[in-house]
Ligand binder design. Sequence first.
Ligand SMILES: [Zn+2]
Length: 103
Amino acid sequence: MTTRLRILDDGAWLSVDDSRRVSVSELWRLRSDDFCDCDLADLVVENFQEIGVDGSTVEVRVYGQCIACGTKSTTGWIPVGRIVDGEYVDLDRESVLRARPDA
Ligand SMILES: [Zn+2]
């Protein structure tokens, strides 16, 4: 069974199997060495750039701004959900997210 992952409306939505699951304007607490100099970035998600699956984990790269230091940039791959038995399940995005280092 294939899961269809798409970015809709010029990066405003993540769509999984034709239903809109994650929107921009979420505030993510991101731990990433690459994005900005903050230990923990307060990232306002402005645009989804890419979506992919690593094993059962749904990952995205987003463009956004850290409201703590003002940096605007594109993140590395950040896990946002999982595919469990063919169904999309949100990860808890209220807790600290961690970008996966580029291989
Ligand atoms: Zn920052």
